[in-house]
Design a protein around this ligand. Structure first.
Ligand SMILES: Cc1cc2nc3c(=O)[nH]c(=O)nc-3n(C[C@H](O)[C@H](O)[C@H](O)COP(=O)(O)OP(=O)(O)OC[C@H]3O[C@@H](n4cnc5c(N)ncnc54)[C@H](O)[C@@H]3O)c2cc1C
Length: 436
């Protein structure tokens, strides 16, 4: 089959790999100059499947304005739907399958990327522990190890934790890791290319026409000579080597299947297909800087990843760097709110690992993602011939990277028209049908 993938974030590259591995002729269209250049660029990189389950008190962003009323209504309705529990369970099964698939790929493709095992959830008070307990009870039947620890045990695992900081205890999530999502995406892209997948960078998809075959109009959209945002400088260097020379102006191509993996930018293409799921855009922030190396304090900084449950902020080790991420907020947040969120990330780092970051080389990042009203992804066919969705994986209750490899595998099977195998998780109901 000829398959087009739109978007080369973590969802797009893993889907490209799985489709190419099945022997399909794959073309990836990406408007930026490289893979993982938007929502997958500098995320926290946590993959523990336990975090994909709605445990503890996940905080939803407060969305204001009349335009958000429909979203709010659907969110309220989803919270009361009996189906929601069934879908959450399917999502967890998908996350477990995905975790196994990611491990398998890491082994078989000999992928070497910055990663550290385990995630320690930090609980500041007994109230935090009680809130987390409900979720922990849900994890155990799934064979997910989650060990409740005293403050002392937490400090044993993370000796760099500030001894002066009040810590009630923690939960060590066994499975999963924290790592460099962007680096993983680059490696998967390489593997997909070796299987014949083609990447068309600086190429924006403008419109889609469903059908058999489905049509796609794309346009070469080169970046300006200089980019103001330092996090985008790599676009001028990376990826261009294999961008085929493209004619200026719009061009139409036909495919047997088109898979939309456009992350936060999905709404425009969906609207043109007369699909209006209750999706909103949210954004989050991260700060990254080299770890300070002091011979007298070899334990400085985190060993792996910690997650401050009360503040919903993660602090993780990415190779020789530290990344602090959080502050999920509406995409319309003001400059003042942005500054205050970044300040709260710095504060969390100062609270837990004071002095561990080289503050002269801090990179700030702001990433957007799509959030469905019920917090679930949009996966599968979409009642438009030849068009498939792999969207909204990263939300308040689900994480994008840990679902990516599994969702990509299941989609590749579905697009090929193969009978659902018992080895694959059932994603019925996680498609757009529930909220279109
Ligand atoms: C602060 C923060 C922390 C996070 N922490 C974690 C975490 O710890 N673990 C985790 O798993 N997830 C985390 N996430 C979420 C995670 O980053 C996202 O779920 C994931 O990266 C989304 O991947 P994606 O491929 O769907 O979207 P993206 O990575 O945004 O990719 C979409 C791509 O589509 C391209 N595109 C869009 N429209 C078009 C078009 N018309 N034509 C061509 N190309 C197009 C874009 O340029 C982009 O490259 C975090 C997010 C944030 C903001």
């Amino acid at each position: 089959m000829r398959i087009a993938i739109i978007g080369a974030g973590i969802a797009g590259v893993t889907t490209a790999y799985e489709c190419a591995a099945d022997g399909h002729q794959v073309t990836v269209f990406e408007r930026r100059g490289s893979v993982a250049a938007e929502g997958s660029f500098a995320n926290a990189g946590l993959t523990a499947p336990g975090l994909s389950f709605p445990w503890g008190q996940v905080k939803w962003p407060a969305l204001g304005g009349g335009a958000k009323l429909a979203w709010g209504w659907q969110r309220w309705r989803a919270g009361r739907s009996k189906q929601q529990g069934v879908l959450q369970e399917r999502l967890l099964k998908l996350a477990l399958f995905s975790s196994a698939r990611q491990m398998e790929l890491r082994r078989s493709l000999q992928m070497d990327y910055e990663r550290a095992c385990g995630t320690l959830v930090l609980l500041r008070s007994e109230r935090d522990l009680n809130a987390a307990q409900t979720g922990l009870d849900l994890l155990t039947p799934w064979g997910l190890s989650a060990q409740v620890l005293t403050a002392e045990q937490c400090r044993g695992i993370e000796p760099g934790l500030n001894p002066d900081m009040r810590l009630h205890g923690g939960v060590q999530l066994g499975q999963g890791e924290s790592g460099n999502c962007r680096q993983f995406a680059h490696l998967i892209r390489g593997a997909a290319q070796r299987l014949g997948a083609q990447f068309r960078f600086h190429t924006t998809v403008r419109s889609l026409t469903p059908g058999i075959p489905a049509k796609l109009v794309h346009e070469y959209t080169p970046p300006p000579d200089s980019l103001p945002d330092p996090s985008r400088q790599s676009e001028l260097r990376d990826g261009n080597d294999d961008t085929r020379p493209a004619p200026l102006g719009r061009k139409e191509d036909c495919f047997d299947a088109i898979i939309i993996c456009t992350g936060a930018a999905a709404t425009e293409l969906l609207r043109a297909l007369k699909l209006k799921p209750a999706l909103t855009q949210i954004q989050g922030y991260s700060i990254t800087a080299p770890l300070r190396q002091l011979e007298a304090h070899p334990e400085l900084g985190p060993q792996a990843a910690v997650f401050d449950q009360q503040r919903q902020i993660s602090i993780g080790r990415i190779g020789q760097r530290i990344r602090v991420a959080g502050g999920i907020a509406p995409a319309t947040a003001s400059e003042r709110a942005r500054k205050s969120t970044l300040a709260s990330l710095h504060q969390a780092l100062d609270d837990w690992f004071p002095g561990s970051m080289q503050s002269t080389a801090v990179q700030h990042w702001q990433g957007s993602q799509a959030l469905a009203a019920d917090g679930l992804p949009l996966l599968g066919a979409c009642a438009r011939d030849g068009i498939w969705l792999n969207l909204a994986q990263g939300s308040a209750t689900t994480l994008g990277w840990p679902l990516a490899c599994g969702a990509a595998r299941v989609l590749a099977e579905q697009v090929s028209g193969r009978q659902a195998s018992a080895d694959l998780p059932d994603i019925t109901g996680l498609d757009i049908g529930r909220c279109a």
